[in-house]
Design a protein around this ligand. Structure first.
Ligand SMILES: [Fe+2]
Ligand SMILES: [Fe+2]
Length: 202
């Protein structure tokens, strides 16, 4: 088999093995879980709310909006879930509906964090408490959501979706990253996740 180029979470790489759609989404889960740990550390260490802190918080909120929601949940909601609705049992369709509704809830919690951040930027230091309350709720919620996908729905999807359908999803994921998210955005968000994980570590 000749070497072919694939993209994993926006990063170009060569491999003799074809990338699988569910592997791509699971790797994105790991990046998202890393940023949830960053949020935990920020809220447990009582850092001063200075310009640098506010700038980092802006980057972190942008990551959850663009990477976790628009890109990752976008791929699931617009591509994986509809494929499962076509091929799945009633039980699978119900699970998809529940997970899809959870994406909406996640969006609301990120909006709450963003509102609290805007308050902090106006000088309201007490807003950090509300930010961290929403961050805790978001972290607990999103970890449960990711576990339900990794440990249940994705396992079902791997056996349910024909290989050709999974290959089509990989191509569609690439198209979404290029055409809908924008050239280079996914890579930039990966770098932000790496930068924040290095900066806010135990
Ligand atoms: Fe999801
Ligand atoms: Fe997911």
């Amino acid at each position: 088999m000749s070497r072919r180029m694939y993209r994993v979470g926006g990063i170009a790489m060569f491999s003799r093995e074809k990338q699988k759609a569910l592997d791509i989404l699971e790797r994105e889960h790991q990046v998202i879980l890393g940023m949830l740990s960053v949020l935990d550390r920020i809220c447990s260490t009582g850092r001063p709310i200075d310009d640098e802190f506010l700038e980092d918080m802006e980057k972190i909120i942008a990551f959850f909006k663009e990477f976790a929601d628009r890109c990752h949940h976008g791929k699931e909601g617009a591509l994986l879930f509809p494929a499962l609705e076509v091929h799945g049992t009633e039980e699978v369709k119900l699970a998809v509906k529940e997970l899809s509704d959870q994406h909406v809830k996640g969006r609301k919690l990120v909006a709450q964090m963003k509102n609290a951040l805007e308050e902090m930027k106006k000088g309201n230091q007490a807003a950090l408490e509300g930010f961290c309350k929403s961050a805790k709720e978001y972290g607990d919620f999103l970890r449960g959501h990711i576990a339900a996908e990794d440990e249940d729905l994705f396992l079902t999807a791997r056996s349910l979706l024909p290989d050709l359908e999974q290959d089509r999803l990989v191509r569609e994921f690439e198209r979404v990253e290029h055409e809908e998210i924008g050239q280079g955005v996914h890579e930039r968000l990966h770098r932000v996740a790496h930068e924040m994980s290095e900066k806010y570590r135990d």
